[in-house]
Design a protein around this ligand. Structure first.
Ligand SMILES: *[C@@H]1O[C@H](CO)[C@@H](O)[C@H](O)[C@H]1NC(C)=O
Ligand SMILES: *[C@@H]1O[C@H](CO)[C@@H](O)[C@H](O)[C@H]1NC(C)=O
Ligand SMILES: [Cu+2]
Length: 228
């Protein structure tokens, strides 16, 4: 009993989170059905080394880890449940990576210059501090761009917690990847970046002083989101 109480207190203090379930057509899947199980599935802790392999999908193990692939239509909204909620301040982003022709998402490791961003957000700036749109959310979602070519994809969610980001390695990355078959769509196959590779620990949006003096701008790390 004591141990359970201690664990509860520790997890409350740590305020960490995971993205275990894909949400599609208002259905929230059970944990790790369409999302590759992450290394932090128990601890809920973050990735802090942006050059480590963990920055890609934070996988517990290589391969698809038994995850299934959800079929969606380009233009649809797809979400992730947050366990328990976005508890730290910082930007939310989504990336996609298309598997090479002939390879299914379940076999795709996401290596190479394959990741393109489809969404990121900005805080509102006020004299008393920054407010992020994702604060406190228990689910986060994104529209699969209508123009992307149909095919097999990984969808990567990333929330960067900035509360301790004023020292190198202090930013906390919460990440997960789901497997999608995208139907419909257009012909766009955007240029991609590599993960790891796209981020440096000293990027202005990663090494960032959140509190005082109160910032008046924020530069999202990585490429700009694609536009259709
Ligand atoms: C980050 O990860 C890279 C690649 O695995 C490794 O070489 C480096 O030592 C790590 N840095 C820290 C601070 O752990
Ligand atoms: C997306 O997430 C937001 C914030 O949780 C929610 O208000 C909205 O209803 C969601 N949209 C869809 C289509 O699920
Ligand atoms: Cu935390």
């Amino acid at each position: 009993m004591k141990n359970i109480i201690a664990l509860v207190i520790i997890s409350a203090v740590q305020a960490h989170y995971t993205f275990p379930d894909l949400i599609y057509n208002d259905v929230t899947e059970t944990d790790w059905t369409y999302v590759r199980q992450t290394e932090n599935y128990q601890s809920h802790g973050p990735v802090q080394n942006v050059t480590s392999e963990s920055i890609r999908c934070y996988q517990l193990a290589a391969g698809n880890e038994g995850a299934q692939t959800q079929t969606v239509t380009a233009g649809d909204v797809v979400g992730f449940r947050v366990d328990p909620s976005i508890q730290h301040p910082g930007p939310l982003a989504f990336y996609m990576a298309k598997a090479p022709t002939g390879e299914v998402a379940a076999d795709f490791d996401g290596a190479g210059d394959v990741w393109f961003k489809i969404y990121d957000d900005q805080p509102t700036f006020a004299a008393d501090g920054l407010t992020w749109p994702s604060a406190g959310l228990t689910e986060v979602n994104v529209t699969i761009p209508e123009c992307v070519a149909p095919g097999e994809y990984l969808l990567r969610v990333e929330h960067i917690a900035l509360h301790a980001a004023s020292s190198v390695g202090g930013a906390q990355f919460y990440i997960a990847c789901a497997q999608l078959t995208v139907e419909g769509g257009g012909t766009t196959e955007p240029e991609g970046v590599a993960l790891p590779g796209a981020y440096s620990a000293t990027d202005p949006g990663i090494l960032f002083q959140l509190y005082y003096p109160v910032p008046t701008s924020y530069v999202n790390p990585g490429p700009a989101p694609i536009t259709c």
